[in-house]
Design a protein around this ligand. Structure first.
Ligand code: ZN
Length: 416
């Protein structure tokens, strides 16, 4: 282990125990003992930096600008930026749109297009940090379970870093994601079962075979990678926080990452308040929203075309719920038919073709708009977490490909 041990420590989300990163890699050992297969895991760890020390780095100059210049290394669990992959990760475009469906918007709409990451999804942010940490610690094989995106991401990132990856995915994952995993040279293990079952199998495999595990939330560094999007949003908006961020939610890790990024900025005194984060879930897989105000968690079997957020037991349930309650977050569900309609609207109005899980966040924004819940002139961000090309099958039902015409000008007669 290297000097980064001093750079941060872990704090259990549930019991608050602090751990040195030298002793613990995944869940809080105390809380983990009580975890069962039918409940979300307790003991997910939060990475805590020496914020006082970071504040002292810069005296009079703008601390955020300083952090930007060093690529936020002070707030990452790695020693060198060079340990990150060569591929361009993060710094994805933030587009402002003033119209949707030719309708002028009364508020600012910003789309953060994370399909522009190397493997075409937001998950590259997490894979990059996990891979860099592994590299600095002499680990050459990383294992993960995934609904598809995290797996294809880890496979691609490992390929770029000369590392090996072992990916567990439900055999029913979209073909594009399975294809990516194979093309990137990973060892793919399709599982006849759900994502939740693939997750548990991969954890057992990493315990038995000793591989480093990237599973979302289980590995706390995944949250550290995902939080970088909040730093970018703050930078892109000229060092202002957005009023609202719509985030698609399955396991609850992306939303926890978004919160963690803004919370780091809050801890550094760079921002004074948190934005409102809106958790958007598919109606057919809303185990986080359904349980948020319940005493006991009860999983409902998921059924949604938004495969990336189709989760029975959200792996970062307790952290996401804690954040939503602490910072007055909001939540909303959208149906599959709303997702499909929003999918067409998004593509045709903006030129961004996103996968159903990502479109869920956009559909959530549209629902807010319809209910007039978005104040005029406010800044609203929608996180678009994956490319539509990753899941063509889902939109097949709404695609209408015309019959081919003969290559003659007369064939166009009735078409215009
Ligand atoms: Zn604990």
């Amino acid at each position: 282990m290297t000097q980064q041990i001093d750079k941060f420590q872990y704090e259990c989300n549930d019991c608050g125990a602090a751990y040195s990163a030298e002793n613990v890699m995944y869940l809080c050992p105390a809380c983990q003992q009580k975890n069962t297969a039918v409940q979300p895991p307790k003991g997910v760890l939060k990475t805590i930096y020496d914020f006082k020390k970071i504040r002292k780095i810069t005296h009079s100059q703008n601390l955020f600008k300083h952090l930007q210049r060093e690529n936020f290394l002070s707030l990452l669990p790695i020693n060198e930026i060079e340990s990150l992959p060569k591929l361009y990760i993060g710094n994805t475009p933030l587009y402002k749109f003033s119209k949707i469906d030719s309708e002028e918007l009364s508020f600012g709409l910003y789309l953060k297009d994370d399909s522009q990451n190397p493997t075409f999804s937001f998950k590259d942010r997490a894979s990059a940090v996990v891979s860099a940490w592994a590299k600095e610690n002499g680990i050459d094989t990383i294992i993960a379970a995934s609904t598809g995106n995290a797996g294809s991401s880890l496979a691609g990132i490992c390929a770029s870093q000369c590392q090996n990856s072992v990916i567990f995915v439900p055999a029913t994952a979209p073909l594009a994601k399975l294809t990516q995993i194979v093309m990137y040279g990973a060892k793919i293990i399709p599982v006849n079962g759900t994502y939740d079952q693939a997750f548990d199998l991969s954890v057992k495999a990493s315990e038995i075979y000793g591989f480093y595990n990237r599973n979302t939330a289980y590995n706390p560094l995944t949250i550290e990678g995902k939080k970088t999007v909040s730093f970018e949003l703050f930078g892109d908006l000229n060092q202002q926080i957005p009023d609202r961020v719509f985030v698609p939610v399955g396991d609850g890790v992306i939303i926890s990452g978004v919160y963690k990024g803004f919370e780091d900025l809050l801890n550094l005194g760079i921002i004074k308040k948190m934005p409102v984060i809106v958790a958007v879930q598919a109606e057919g897989s809303c185990n986080l929203i359904k349980n948020i105000d319940q005493k006991d968690f009860k999983a409902t079997v998921s059924d949604t075309l938004a495969d990336s957020i189709s989760v029975d037991i959200p792996r970062n349930y307790f952290m996401a719920v804690k954040y939503l309650k602490q910072y007055q977050g909001e939540y909303i569900t959208v149906s599959d038919s709303e997702i499909l309609k929003a999918s067409v609207k998004l593509s045709a109005s903006t030129g961004i073709f996103a996968e159903p899980a990502a479109v869920a966040a956009f559909a959530g924004m549209l629902k807010y708009k319809a209910k007039e819940l978005i104040p005029e002139d406010s800044k609203n961000v929608v996180l678009l977490t994956g490319s539509g090309l990753k899941d063509l099958k889902s939109v097949q039902s709404i695609i209408n490909l015309p019959e081919p015409v003969e290559p003659e000008i007369s064939a166009l007669e009735n078409l215009f």
